[in-house]
Structure formats: structure tokens, C-alpha cells
Design a protein. Structure first.
Length: 238
């Protein structure tokens, strides 16, 4: 949770903007209005308020972008939502058509420690069952899931300053440095065998066609990785 000063309404707006920002340069007012079922005029007023509070940058007639502050909150909410969908579907057997609504009702009250324990219980999933959307990285200042598993309490782990994105969400020719690897020790060893480890600099050559491999440049060597693996590698874009 992000404190009582952030309402569920604000979190819903930031979450919607975040999802739009993954595919477009910025989220448009009309798109936000449609997704939330709120009149465009009311959406515009809210976006201006969010800009005043430092969560977004609003560009009249163009759209809106999340600030670093807004991005962190939005990403955390999206992560909780998708972890909950995974739990509801894989563990509890909730019907697919009911996942989104139930996860929405639960995401705002899920504590950060409960989120961490849920991730460990589910064995660090990288995609949720609803449209196989990528589950964002946590905001804990750790480098691997194994490191997290050794910590007794979330209170012992500082928050990460940088915003990370998965290799699977990079754009062609983007360059990034790997800062987090999701998965168990076997995942770490497999990546090490092909020259990928923490602080490795990579360039995305091409995204995966359907279920094909993702091509990346590791230092000066071209490497192919599975699409699933690309969603377990998180980088800081240079």
C-alpha cells in the first residue's frame, strides 16, 4: 500500500495510464475516459490535479505521461493486480472471466509484505493468466529473487530508486543494463551459461515474433533467448 494520502481513485488513474504507456508514447484522454468509464471532461480535470501532485506530466490535446513518482506507484498496483489474478486462477481456480474484477477489488488493500509472500508462494511468476500480461518487477532494492527469499522481513529491504523494464518490453535498438533477474538459482545459472548476468549491457535487436525467440546483443555477441526469459530480465534503459 502507498499510504492513506493516495486514494483508490488516484491509483486507478495511474494504473490505466501505465498500461497505455507500455504500447504508446503517452496515454490519451479519450482512451483513459473509455477504460475508466468516466466523462472526458472529468478525466481532464483529474489529470490536471495529478500533474499538480507530481504524478504525471499533462500535455493539452496530446495526452499524459507518468513521472518517475507516478510510475513507481502505478507499477506497484499493476504488479499486485497481476499477482492476484495468478493466485486466483492457478491456486483458487476462479473462472477467467471473474479474475479482473476480483483482483481490482483486492489490489488496493494488499500490503507490500503480503505481495512479497504471494510472489514467493507462486514461485516468482512472470506473466498473469489474463492475456498473459507481464508481471512487473517489485520495487525492492535487490538483484535476484533468491536474495529476496533470504530476507526475513520487507522492512530489512530498501526500495529501489531506478525504474526497470523487462527486456520483453524494450524497443528495438534500445540499450539497457541488467539490474534484476527473476527466478530461482537454476534460472541464474542458465543465463550465466550464455553470458548474461547482473550489470551486463544488452541491446535489443528484435522482439519475439509470436512465440519465437528474442534476439539481443550481449556486449558484442548476438544471443537468442526465449520470450518467457525476456520477461525475467529487467534493465535500466540508457
Amino acid at each position: 500500500m502507498h499510504g492513506k494520502n493516495i486514494s483508490e481513485n488516484v491509483e486507478e488513474y495511474l494504473e490505466t495510464i501505465y498500461k497505455k504507456s507500455l504500447t504508446d508514447n503517452m496515454a490519451k484522454t479519450t482512451e483513459i475516459s473509455k477504460d475508466l468509464g468516466i466523462a472526458p471532461g472529468s478525466v481532464t480535470q483529474m489529470l490536471k490535479k495529478l500533474e499538480e501532485e507530481g504524478y504525471v506530466n499533462y500535455y493539452q490535446y496530446k495526452g499524459v505521461k507518468l513521472t518517475d513518482k507516478g510510475y513507481k506507484i502505478a507499477e506497484s498496483i499493476v504488479r499486485k493486480h497481476r499477482l492476484l489474478e495468478t493466485f486466483l486462477y492457478n491456486t483458487l481456480g476462479i473462472e477467467m472471466e471473474d479474475l479482473h474484477e476480483q483482483a481490482c477489488a483486492m489490489e488496493h488493500s494488499l500490503s507490500d509484505e503480503a505481495e512479497r509472500k504471494l510472489c514467493q508462494l507462486l514461485e516468482y511468476p512472470n506473466q498473469c493468466p489474463d492475456d498473459h500480461n507481464v508481471i512487473p518487477v517489485c520495487d525492492l532494492d535487490i538483484a535476484t529473487c533468491y536474495e529476496c527469499s533470504k530476507m526475513q522481513s520487507i522492512k530489512d529491504i530498501p526500495k529501489r530508486i531506478e525504474n526497470l523494464i523487462s527486456v520483453g518490453n524494450m524497443a528495438p535498438k534500445e540499450v539497457g543494463t541488467i539490474k534484476f533477474i527473476r527466478g530461482d538459482n537454476d534460472q541464474l545459472k542458465e543465463l550465466l551459461d550464455i553470458g548474461i548476468t547482473l550489470e551486463t549491457k544488452i541491446t535489443l535487436i528484435s522482439a519475439a515474433p509470436l512465440n519465437g525467440p528474442v534476439k539481443i546483443l550481449v556486449e558484442d555477441k548476438e544471443v537468442q533467448i526465449d520470450k518467457d526469459v525476456s520477461y525475467n530480465l529487467f534493465v535500466v534503459i540508457e
